[in-house]
Design a protein around this ligand. Structure first.
Ligand code: SAM
Length: 280
């Protein structure tokens, strides 16, 4: 009999968010595999849990944990805060465990993305969790461009030292969409700042603490904007001899959309006409 791999959520700030079940499972398992053993030891001391701790992060061979599970040991995986495997170690371990038919069991609890989303005031029915944006400017631009036409609410994690820069980039690519910054969730200085993307950077002041950025989805699909309308306007401008860049700028202004959204739609349009031409 193999053991069970438990994925145990831990608080993202407020220790009272630890669940009864999380404490029980952490007490009962044979081993706790933690992202940072020193960090987790403080949590365990607080809840008087004395289970042996081992380190598990991207530098530790997952086989070490799998071997324990193969031997029938129950293992709880925890990260520094929130849900393991969500922008945190754990996902690879789960994949490997599933491949070996080892049982995986969630012990749900705090999570920064969902906590931010439910308080954002933005649409919660459909959303995309985008996690951390790439570090390189070029890759980040590409990712933002890809997300520019997504109709779902977008959720991002971000480090304090980059937040102002990222907000400026988002405003450039997405336009001045409604957004919400959730800062220091569940902690004493918890704060929600709601404004257009272009104003948010100024509103956050000194970027201290932890942040989640929630951004309204593109209205292009969400409200089913008559795509023909703005593309018709674009095509009329092109037919009238206006250059592509100016036509995109003018249409973006007229329909209150970002230039990137118009650009992507134009690329699709051109691709469509090309493919139609190929078929014919
Ligand atoms: N696994 C965690 C979860 O389930 O939310 C996320 C870990 S990820 C490495 C850390 C990022 O989550 C931070 O950079 C920040 O964007 C977000 N975060 C974590 N705790 C937060 C908090 N208390 N308030 C706001 N954002 C938080």
């Amino acid at each position: 009999m193999t053991g069970i791999l438990y994925l145990v959520a831990t608080p993202i700030g407020n220790l009272d968010d630890m669940t009864f079940r999380a404490i029980k499972i952490l007490q009962e398992v044979d081993v706790i595999a933690a992202e940072d053993t020193r960090h987790t030891r403080k949590l365990l001391t607080h809840f008087e849990i004395h289970t042996p701790l081992i380190r598990y992060d991207e530098f530790v061979d997952a086989n070490k944990i799998l071997q324990l599970l193969r031997e029938g040991k129950n293992v709880a995986c925890v990260s520094d805060a929130g849900m393991p495997a969500i922008s945190d170690p754990g996902a690879d371990l789960v994949k490997l465990a599933v491949a070996e038919n080892i049982a995986v069991c969630p012990v749900p609890g705090a999570n920064a993305a969902l906590s931010a989303l439910i308080c954002s005031g933005l649409d919660t029915s459909n959303f995309t969790f985008a996690g951390f944006l790439p570090k390189s400017t070029k890759n980040r631009r590409e990712r933002l461009n890809d997300l520019a036409t997504h109709a779902e609410t977008l959720i991002f994690y971000e480090a304090p030292h980059r937040i102002k820069k990222i907000l400026a980039e988002m405003a450039e690519v997405f336009g001045n969409r409604p957004a919400c910054i959730a800062r220091e969730l569940t902690k004493i200085h918890e704060e929600f700042i709601r404004a257009g993307l272009a104003e948010l950077a100024d509103k956050i002041g000194e970027p201290r603490g932890e942040f989640v950025i929630v951004v309204e989805g593109s209205k292009l699909e969400a409200e089913n904007l008559p795509a023909e309308n703005f593309l018709d306007v674009y095509q009329n401008l092109i037919a009238a001899g206006v250059d592509k860049k100016s036509a995109i700028r003018e249409v973006a202004q007229k329909f209150n959309l970002s230039r990137r959204e118009i650009y992507n739609a134009v690329v699709d349009l051109e691709k469509g006409s090309f493919e139609d031409g190929q078929d014919g």
